[in-house]
Design a protein around this ligand. Structure first.
Ligand code: ZN
Length: 188
């Protein structure tokens, strides 16, 4: 827990109609929404730490409804469950749909500590989530901004608002520290 510093939004970038806008535009939207993203990311980081406690890669996700209430939380369970699809986002989407009783998660916001992969970005589109907030970018698998723009692809039938880089350093450090410890322990 000592690596979790006091919360601060370090950098925020929004996608509106596929055009990136700076944090200044975000701030004028409302400081309240920025605080909301930070609050959700803090909860996602707590989930990531639960994965780490169980020896899995520390990635966490939460989903909030339109009132900002967190209705689902999940963490990466790929190693724990020996399930290649047990990513935090997919598990959180399933849990949120279960709570709502509807496969459509319109009006909801998903916050996740790492940029979603192809599978999760696809699930986000399928679930019709309004907003995706993520922390660290993923240069090897990121499918929201880095390698692909699945959540803003005009060819698909749904697009999301993307808020990236929320507390990215803490989210990224969780991963680098985890893999460093794994290497030190002689694991792959
Ligand atoms: Zn994923």
């Amino acid at each position: 827990m000592s690596n979790i510093r006091p919360f601060k939004v370090e950098f925020v970038r929004c996608w509106r109609g596929g055009v990136g806008v700076s944090i200044i535009a975000c701030m004028t939207k409302t400081c309240e929404s920025e605080f909301q993203y930070a609050r959700l990311m803090e909860a996602a980081i707590e989930q990531a730490l639960l994965a780490q406690d169980q020896g899995d890669v520390p990635i966490g996700a939460v989903i909030a409804n339109g009132d900002g209430e967190i209705i689902a939380s999940a963490y990466n369970r790929r190693i724990i469950d020996a399930d290649p699809t047990a990513h935090a986002e997919v598990l959180a989407i399933r849990a949120a749909a279960d709570v709502i009783g509807d496969w459509r998660l319109g009006g909801c916001t998903l916050a996740v500590t790492l940029e979603p992969c192809c599978m999760c970005a696809g699930a986000i589109v399928l679930a019709r989530l309004d907003t995706v907030v993520y922390g660290a970018t993923d240069p090897k698998a990121g499918a929201v901004d880095t390698l692909y723009h699945i959540c803003n692809d005009e060819r698909l039938n749904h697009r999301c608002e993307i808020i990236s880089g929320v507390n990215a350093a803490v989210c990224g450090n969780l991963l680098t520290d985890f893999f460093r410890a794994q290497r030190a322990a002689g694991k792959k």
